[in-house]
Design a protein around this ligand. Structure first.
Ligand code: S3P
Length: 447
């Protein structure tokens, strides 16, 4: 198993330091990494995955794929090439519960794929994942014929197994996880599966299904899309390179923007518009970010991104952009704390269903560090531009993105900022402290 440098870490501290300088490879994309493992495990043949993100969340999915019958060889060299021998659609019922740790993407997508495979399985997770809603996936799967048992729609969940039939479904929330679970179930279902999304969400599942030889069609429909897939369909192994994660690159980006004199380059960042809402918003706020195209990876365009320190202005952000930066609100809120004027980030109800109540946790990380901030309904209001005192010991509520956003704030605030559970950063970005230090940031593990 790959070495996870942050697993044992408890606390970490960030202090104001020099301007950030240097060039970094963005870590592999988490969404693409989960999908690469799941599709490779379903496919016939051998898939090589280069640059898989070796974070705790993705490793939980890898273990689940092994438990379902895929043969996975974990890389032993720095080349980070994973080899997955798939099961040609024939997964076996796992002997033990599948434990997804902290990972919503891993558990929800695998539930869909397991339902499509027609086998029974039990799904578990850590405390945070066990408090998150699963009905959004279990309800449409039940309509397809996959009966399940759970208490109150939370983990542990038991899927009973059995044959599925395609459905025509309009998810009530904009969620790529829900869409993906239905499409993966649809692969094994009889007849057509249709997902009607009212607002576009990240489309990696559709793109990557195509790379594995499946036929999936997407038709734009107003602000959303209609995605269709005829089942059953078989997948064929294919080799993949994982693009860099724009959600992880967001932390160094904002750190460079708010530290005067900074000038950094982040290489191979995926530029899919459904993932880069943060960068469009930062540009509207006055950020100096330039993109140089750098090819394609896993069907996605990637670019090298140069970020220079910038004087940011506050923003009044419309709610309908939320799916394009759903994971980036904590770090955007930190940018707003350093922007002149009052920002209002609107329509953030969905943040309450993330790894923590991320709306409350973001408000708390700002407030604890001396920023004037308020939650009004589902909006977050941030009075920026003043001196951010810092000095807080932030309670991250076990949320990796709250931990990283807090540490970025600490690289510019008056006094040092500590976070209580820095080990959770390994769920999405195990190299975060190493990378930030390489750019010159003063972030230290405290053991
Ligand atoms: C993801 C979708 C989003 C996002 C998550 C990854 C995916 O979740 O927050 O980190 O890979 O499909 P929702 O579908 O719940 O919005």
């Amino acid at each position: 198993m790959p070495h996870l440098e942050m697993q044992a870490l408890t606390r970490a501290r960030a202090r104001r330091g020099q301007p950030l300088r240097g060039v970094l490879d963005a870590p592999g994309d988490k969404s693409v990494s989960h999908r690469a493992l799941i599709l490779a495990a379903l496919a016939r043949g051998v898939t090589h995955i280069t640059g898989l993100l070796t974070s705790d969340d993705v490793l939980a999915t890898a273990r689940a794929m092994e438990a379902l019958g895929a043969d996975i060889s974990w890389p032993v060299s720095d080349a980070n090439i994973w080899t997955v021998t798939g099961c040609a659609g024939l997964w076996s019922p796992p002997e033990a519960p599948l434990d997804f740790g902290n990972s919503g993407t891993g558990v929800r997508l695998t539930m869909g794929a397991v339902a499509g495979a027609g086998i029974p399985a039990v799904f578990t997770g850590d405390e945070s994942l066990s408090s998150r809603p699963m009905r959004r996936v279990l309800d449409p799967l039940a309509q397809m014929g996959a009966a399940s048992r759970s208490e109150d729609g939370r983990l542990p969940v038991t899927l009973e197994g059995g044959p599925l039939t395609g459905i025509d479904y309009a998810p009530p929330i904009a969620s790529a996880q829900v869409k993906s679970a239905i499409l993966l179930a649809g692969l094994g279902a009889r007849g057509e599966t249709v997902v009607r999304e009212s607002r576009l969400t990240r489309n990696h599942t559709e793109t990557m299904l195509g790379l594995f030889g499946a036929k999936v069609s997407t038709e734009r429909d107003g602000d959303g899309a209609i995605i269709r897939l005829d089942g059953p369909q078989a997948l064929t192994a294919t080799d993949l390179i994982v693009p860099g994660d724009p959600s992880s690159a967001a932390f160094a980006t904002v750190a460079a923007l708010i530290r005067p004199g900074s000038d950094i380059t982040l290489r191979n960042v995926m530029t899919n518009p459904a993932r880069t809402g943060l960068y469009r918003v930062l540009e509207r706020m006055g950020a100096d970010i330039s993109f140089t195209p750098a090819g394609m990876a896993a069907g996605e365009a990637v670019a090298d991104m140069r970020v220079r320190a910038s004087q940011l202005n506050a923003i009044d952000l419309e709610p309908d952009i939320a799916p394009d930066l759903i994971d980036e609100y904590p770090i955007l809120a930190v940018a707003c704390a350093f922007a002149s004027g009052v920002s209002r980030l609107r329509g953030l109800a969905e943040l309450r269903a993330k790894e923590s109540d991320r709306l409350a946790a973001t408000w708390n990380l700002l407030r604890a560090n001396g920023v004037e901030t308020e939650i009004a309904g589902d909006d977050l209001i941030i009075d920026g531009g003043g001196n951010v005192g810092g000095g807080a010991a932030v309670e991250t509520e076990g949320d990796h993105r709250i931990a990283m956003a807090s540490l970025v704030l600490g690289t510019v605030s008056g006094a040092a900022v500590t976070v209580d559970k820095a080990g959770m950063i390994a769920t999405s970005y195990p190299g975060f402290i190493r990378d930030m230090k390489a750019l010159g940031a003063m972030i230290e593990p405290l053991g």
